[in-house]
Design a protein around this ligand. Structure first.
Ligand code: SAH
Length: 432
């Protein structure tokens, strides 16, 4: 982050506006709307800074702009010189104003046009009455704290109210009815509703391949329990103050044993927390989601599953190879290359059947054994194959070729992983 975002309280504080012109007038108007008291000056003298909370300049002589910038920095006064980033102690963001909700969008000065575009999008998303909804919640703040001392309970309550009738009424400008509805909801609020666990698929690792539901739950979670496979950019979508617990493997270490993860989820939910159990891809595809769901249900903890884009889908889309195709792939097999006691538990004969696509998860280490078994069962060494690393993410790489070649090159080719092996004629349908 090049600049640190904050919201300044400038009510009744004097601010200096040095220079002249339209840009400066715009700043003056903005500052006045925040309750600041603008003092105008055409030329700079150090005495002007006495008692000043903030300074803006534009359209003044060059030496004055420089002197102002230097003097402000020496005194720790935030200073902005329009279109002169090198003279600025702060820059002004693009603003979406739904007072008391204020959204500030910055681009570190690098792409103000982009920041304005983003502002337009957000403007379109937010109803003009949003400010009234926020103000309504603000008026009930004290009552809310008294009725629901627990923060998690308060959040849950507000989530409901702010998307429900009281908010709709406030937005429509029907303030008295909105207050009555808020009152009624508060009186009926459960003091400590039980917690819940959502088993959420995080997809292949790109934040924009999360489902909208996953995104919403991440934004509401009190705690996120995640695997090693979950990408940082996905975790960044969680509520900023949500607790994050990594139960995945660190390199060379074993992951926390499954029973301990189950116990942790149960404990957190019983504390009344909204728990998101975040898993790479889909929770029910080689993700042990089934085991966790059973444990939660046995403990009487409410649980729901949110599907995610599993690696096979992300890798196929990313590599441009269809998993089914009317000409050559009429079924799809999701297979694990994981071994139990060192043995691949695979029916090799079934793998050599034509007309199917096979996606092998966790298959990197056991790929040579898989190849041997495949060929021994009558499969062709030159069967079309593709190895996809970090499919669906910015790091994605694809190695295509005959199965024998892919096996031979895999170890030297792979970088950080994870990787998925895809076998079948569909791999040969598209150009490399
Ligand atoms: N639940 C996950 C799979 C977990 S098993 C899902 O539905 O995708 C872990 C294996 O998934 C890895 O060994 C690798 O084979 C595969 N995998 C997960 N993410 C991947 C990605 N982005 N690219 C390629 N393979 C991936």
């Amino acid at each position: 982050m090049r600049h640190f975002p904050i919201f300044l309280d400038l009510r009744d504080r004097p601010v200096l506006l040095l220079g002249a012109g339209e840009a400066l007038e715009a700043k003056a108007a903005l500052l006045a709307s925040a309750g600041a008291r603008p003092r105008h000056a055409a030329r700079f003298t150090p005495g002007l800074l006495e008692g000043i909370a903030l300074a803006c300049a534009a359209g003044a002589p060059e030496e004055d702009l420089r002197a102002l910038s230097e003097a402000c920095r020496a005194r720790g006064i935030p200073v902005n010189v329009v279109d002169r980033p090198e003279l600025c102690g702060f820059i002004t963001p693009a603003i979406v104003d739904r007072d008391p909700i204020t959204i500030a969008i910055g681009s570190g000065g690098a792409a103000p046009v982009l920041a304005r575009m983003i502002r337009q999008r957000i403007e379109a998303l937010l109803s003009p009455g949003l400010g009234r909804v926020a103000a309504l919640a603000g008026r009930f703040q004290a009552a809310l704290r008294a009725r629901l001392p627990d923060l998690a309970a308060r959040r849950r309550f507000l989530d409901g109210v702010l998307t429900g009738t009281p908010a709709a009424l406030a937005e429509a400008g029907r303030e008295a009815e909105a207050e009555a509805a808020f009152h009624a909801a508060l009186a009926a609020a459960e003091v400590a509703p039980p917690g819940m666990v959502h088993l959420v698929g995080a997809g292949p690792g790109a934040a924009d391949l999360l489902t909208l539901r996953a995104l919403r739950l991440l934004g509401e979670a009190d705690v996120v329990v995640h695997d090693r496979l979950v990408a940082p950019e996905v975790l960044a979508m969680a509520r900023r103050d949500a607790r994050r617990i990594d139960v995945g493997k660190a390199v060379g270490h074993h992951s926390i044993p499954q029973p301990e993860i189950n116990a942790l989820l149960i404990r957190l939910a019983r504390e009344g927390l909204r728990v998101v159990r975040l898993k790479g891809g889909d929770p029910f595809v080689f993700g042990r989601g089934g085991e966790e769901k059973e444990a939660l249900e046995a403990a009487g903890v409410a649980c729901a599953v949110v599907p995610g884009i599993t690696a096979a889908l992300a890798c196929a889309a990313g590599a441009g190879l269809p998993l089914t195709h009317r000409d050559c792939a009429r079924s799809l097999l999701l297979l694990t290359g994981h071994t139990r006691e060192g043995r691949l538990e695979v029916d090799f004969a079934s793998l050599t059947r034509p007309g199917q696509t096979i996606a092998v998860y966790m298959g990197l280490a056991t790929m040579p054994a898989l190849f041997e078994g495949f060929v021994a069962a009558g499969g062709s060494p030159s069967w079309p194959a593709a190895l996809v690393e970090a499919g669906g993410t910015a790091r994605q790489r694809v190695l295509r070729g005959p199965f024998s070649e892919v096996v031979r090159q895999a170890r030297g080719w792979i970088t950080e992983g994870p990787a998925l092996l895809i076998l079948g004629e569909a791999c040969a349908r598209t150009a490399a």
